[in-house]
Design a protein around this ligand. Structure first.
Ligand code: SF4
Length: 338
């Protein structure tokens, strides 16, 4: 039996890992945060996977590439980074003289954890011809060992621009890496890491939702496994998802990425219905690390200017090079990227 997607209510965002704030507290906290922002001359950058109430007080909401670009050009004195730890580190690397704070310093990432710098260094030493390309989801120490950084939004362009005489080592996401190999035809050695959220979708769970909503296209993030990507109408970064959904004539669209993305999509594409892709067994489409940041913690970190990102000078300087290379290649016109 099929179900008409247009008969369904808009996706309801009920996040498992938090109790909703009472409306009065939400209003007071949001007002206080905006007042602190003015007082500190701060900019609030929020990733697409942050809680809706955090997205709503941010100056900029986007994917890792957009957030890095914003961090690189900000004139604010304080950068408040609502995302996970490696993202705030990236902002600090680009702004070593600014104060960079984040709501919860323990907000990690399964991809980052899969690739410790000493292990990467040991692998690099097995082949002096390796050209190491790191997905931005890695620590500052790992970035400092790499030639260039990528995000899901620019990985294809940057791999296409890699020197042809080098052997590419791509870390730490094997799923993004295998998708980039499919797009570029460039062989790469892949690190065996993955995003614990995006690997929860399966061929079976996606097939079921597609049968239920046969008219709804499926958009999937490249961190999903190949078994899921092959069922998708579009595989792209979260920022490109916004453009795809705006341009699509479909009234309902199935989204296979972290659940908070739907808040952004509902704001940017009013009138459309977004269906969170289900997993087989659980509400695993919510990143527990991203959801460690709350509006209360955001308020407190601005009040106390802590937790603060601090990095050794040699890491700051070395890690800056591959990030700047990424930003430079990203800004090139497509036919001049190689
Ligand atoms: S969604 Fe996955 S890749 Fe993103 S921060 Fe969470 S664990 Fe890391």
């Amino acid at each position: 039996m099929t179900t008409s997607p247009v008969a369904e209510p808009a996706a309801k965002l009920d996040f498992v890992t938090r109790k909703p704030l009472p409306p009065e507290q939400l209003d007071t906290l949001s007002r206080d945060i905006l007042a602190l922002k003015k007082k500190l001359n701060a900019v609030i950058l929020a990733h697409n996977y942050q809680l809706p109430e955090i997205q709503d007080v941010a100056d900029f909401v986007g994917d890792s590439l957009g957030l890095s670009q914003q961090a690189a050009k900000t004139s604010a004195d304080v950068i408040v980074f609502c995302g996970v730890h490696f993202m705030a580190e990236t902002a600090k690397i680009l702004n070593p003289d600014k104060i960079v704070i984040l709501p919860d310093a323990d907000a990690g990432c399964s991809l980052e954890a899969s690739c410790p710098a000493p292990k990467l260094k040991a692998l690099q030493e097995t082949n002096p011809n390796f050209y190491t390309i790191a997905y931005i989801n890695c620590s500052a120490e790992v970035k400092a060992l790499c030639d260039v950084i990528v995000t899901s939004g620019n990985a294809v362009k940057i791999v296409n621009a890699a020197p042809k005489d080098r052997d590419i080592l791509f870390v730490p996401d094997e799923n993004l890496g295998s998708w980039v190999i499919e797009q570029t035809g460039r062989p790469m050695t892949l690190w065996k890491g993955n995003c614990y959220v995006h690997v929860e979708w399966t061929h079976a769970s996606i097939t079921r939702i597609r049968q239920q909503y046969p008219d709804a296209p499926l958009v999937a993030h490249p961190e999903c496994t190949k078994a899921v990507r092959m069922l998708a109408d579009e595989v792209c970064s979260t920022e490109k998802m916004v453009a795809y959904c705006k341009a699509s004539p479909a009234k309902a669209i199935i989204i296979a990425t972290e659940s908070a993305m739907i808040h952004r999509l509902m704001k940017e594409c009013p009138g459309k219905i977004f269906i969170p892709a289900p997993t087989d067994s659980c509400r695993c489409n919510e990143c527990r690390f991203m959801k460690m940041n709350t509006l209360e913690k955001l308020h407190d970190c601005m009040l106390n200017l802590a937790p603060r990102i601090e990095l050794p000078k040699h890491i700051l300087e070395r890690a800056r090079q591959p990030i700047e290379r990424m930003l430079e290649i990203s800004a090139r016109p497509v036919d001049n990227a190689g």
